[in-house]
Design a protein. Structure first.
Length: 653
């Protein structure tokens, strides 16, 4: 009773709590597993899987398997049932009713046996399919375990074994810093090196001789950091592969458990089928004994009952084997889940280490990092500073030389007045000074750029090509650039100004040294080279004006109209919506002209740039409404036609 109560209490404990406890326990055990223990565990799993595969293949290939026997039994009974049914139909067709009834009676008994045989055959088919699936799952699981075992027993990779994933800087800088290849082997000279030893012993040796010690240390540190990053990345990749393998094994174990449960269910159904078949045989034996059947018939039935009893015993043993295997697989799955949890933790740790190592490499490669800036300043700063000081000294000395040269030429030259000689000397000095400035500043900048690690030879070649192109075919281009520089220097117009160039007006969208881009009201874009510009009209330079020409009838009081217009302009200026657009009160110019039917009054309002059109439209709208309100007539052209005729009768048709 106590044992039963204990077992019942175990079943009443929530399965989630048991799973959590088991998971924590397994994770602690898995965390303590060494490589040797994992190798032994994988070897046992592979051996057990291979044994299970052999058993499954033997059962599938056995000619006396349950599938073969069930197929044979069902085929025989199905043939007997079909033949008996045809015989009964034939006897009834011939009018032999009694014989047909007797045959149909035996046919019903044969149908029951046939149903049991069919059920047995269906169960055998289902079992065979499950065994085939289980065989495929076991083979995949063995392959996964063998892959993990090979990974655990393989020698560790070299630091730079995967050279294709190494940055090019490692292979190019490692020999310079250490004189060895990335895998710490001495470099072998190739054909190019053998054919040009003087180049290596000349320029390369000189560069190595003049290379600062800090640069060598920096290169060595970068190489070591890249090697460390590669090693960490490889470790993270291996950890990911282990985690994926464990996940695959766990999934395959779940599939195996599902197949074992399916086989267990099939085995239970097989037991039920065997029991019903045996009961039917026993009932038939009793009936035959009562009918006085022969000894041979009874012996055959007893043998079938004995075979059924043996099959029942084998089926029950098979049920127990499936249960034991399910328990073993569930234990294996729990262990795999704990290992998978530990593997995920290891992957996160390895990835963090790999990311940290990569960040260290990026920090060492970044020229703007504080450490590299300090190293560069220590290695190259003094030379850059000396170059700048030399440029300043040379330019300052050139200025001193200018004054002395002017004085010397003025005192020693002949011809002309003193002022003429001084002007001539200043002209020569100006040309010389510009040449010196170009040479000194250009040469100094090239030296400084060279200190930043830029190869100046392509720059010199590019400058020569550029000068040649300018000399032979770029006169107009140079003129465009020169005029563009003048336009920008004098600030003739800027972006978003409305200008007119050569009859083309529009908004300035873009200005370069070569062209100005205008867009007119229709949206058309005009590209105007600066070399073709001879006049520019800027409508928005500093401020703008909204100019109004208002025509009224001759009968109107022009003073009253001008007062109304000025009043409307002031009201518009005090409107919050337009206050920021208007800079001053309207300025009345007065009566501007007399037309055929109107008196034109002109005035303007000073506005901000680009706001004159909005102000003009709004004020014209208000003028129209105000004139309609006050009855001020805005005339429009009209003509009166007078027709005079004598009054004589109009001839009829």
């Amino acid at each position: 009773m106590i044992g039963r109560a204990f077992v019942l209490a175990l079943f009443l404990i929530p399965s989630d709590l048991l799973a959590v406890a088991q998971s924590h326990k397994d994770s602690e055990i898995s965390a303590q597993l060494s490589d040797a223990e994992r190798i032994a565990q994988l070897q046992r799993a592979i051996a057990d899987g291979q044994t299970q595969v052999r058993k499954l293949k033997t059962r599938l290939d056995d000619p006396n398997s349950e599938y073969a026997l069930a197929e044979k039994a069902f085929t025989e009974l199905d043939d007997q049932f079909t033949a008996s049914k045809k015989l009964a139909d034939k006897l009834r067709a011939e009018g032999k009713t009694q014989e047909a009834d007797a045959t149909e009676a035996s046919l019903n008994e044969l149908e029951n046996k046939r149903q049991l045989a069919r059920e047995r055959f269906d169960l055998a088919i289902e079992e065979r399919k499950a065994m085939q699936q289980q065989l495929s799952t076991l083979e995949e699981k063995i392959a996964t375990d063998q892959t993990m075992l090979a990974r655990l027993t393989a020698p560790p990779p070299k630091k730079n074994q995967d050279a294709s994933e190494q940055p090019e800087a490692v292979s190019s800088e490692a020999p310079k810093a250490t004189g060895k290849s990335p895998d710490n082997k001495a470099l072998k000279p190739d054909a190019k090196t053998k054919s040009a030893p003087s180049a290596e012993s000349g320029v390369g040796a000189e560069e190595k001789k003049n290379q600062p010690l800090l640069e060598e240390e920096a290169n060595q540190e970068l190489v070591e950091a890249k090697q460390e990053a590669t090693s960490k990345k490889q470790a993270a990749t291996l950890a990911k592969a282990d985690a994926r393998s464990l996940a695959d094994r766990s999934k395959q174990t779940d599939e195996d458990i599902a197949l074992e449960r399916k086989l267990l269910s099939t085995a239970r159904q097989k037991v039920s089928n065997i029991e019903r078949s045996r009961d039917a045989l026993r009932a038939e034996l009793r009936k035959r004994m009562a009918d006085g059947a022969s000894w041979s018939e009874l012996a055959d039935l007893r043998q079938q009952i004995a075979d059924g009893t043996k099959r029942l015993s084998d089926a029950r043993k098979q049920i127990q084997r499936h249960r034991d295997r399910i328990d073993s697989l569930q234990s294996e799955r729990a262990d795999l889940q704990s290992q998978q949890l530990a593997a995920v933790t290891a992957v996160k740790k390895k990835q963090a280490e790999a990311e940290a190592a990569q960040k260290q490499v990026e920090r060492l490669e970044n020229p703007l990092s504080p450490q590299n800036i300090i190293k560069w300043l220590v290695a190259h700063g003094p030379r850059v500073l000396l170059t700048l000081l030399g440029m300043i000294v040379i330019l300052g000395g050139a200025r001193i030389f200018e004054r002395r040269f002017v004085t010397w030429v003025a005192m020693t030259a002949r011809g002309g007045t003193l002022e003429d000689r001084e002007n001539r000397a200043r002209t020569l000095v100006s040309v010389l000074h510009n040449a010196v400035r170009v040479v000194v500043i250009g040469g100094g900048l090239l030296m400084i750029v060279n200190e930043f690690g830029v190869n100046i030879i392509p720059l010199l070649g590019g400058a020569a090509v550029l000068g040649l192109a300018a000399a032979f075919g770029a006169q107009n281009l140079v003129r465009d650039y020169f005029y563009g520089f003048i336009i920008l220097l004098e600030n003739q117009y800027t972006v978003n100004d409305v200008i007119e160039i050569g009859g083309t007006s529009g908004l300035v969208e873009r200005i370069t040294l070569r062209i100005t881009v205008l867009r007119d009201l229709q949206g058309t874009v005009h590209f105007i080279p600066h070399g073709t510009i001879d006049k520019v009209s800027n409508m928005t330079h500093g401020w703008s004006r909204a100019l109004f020409s208002v025509g009224v009838a001759y009968k109107e009081d022009v003073d009253r109209v001008m007062d109304v217009l000025v009043s409307l302009g002031r009201e518009l200026r005090h409107d919050p919506k337009f206050a920021d657009m208007i800079l001053d009160d309207p300025e009345m110019l007065g009566v501007d002209s007399f037309g055929e039917s109107e008196v034109v009054i002109k005035f303007f309002i000073k506005t901000r740039t680009l706001k004159q059109w909005a102000v003009k439209r709004e004020l014209q709208r208000r003028i129209k409404y105000k004139f309609d309100e006050l009855g001020i007539e805005i005339p429009y052209p009209h003509r009166t036609i007078y027709h005079h005729y004598s009054g004589s009768a109009i001839p009829g048709p």
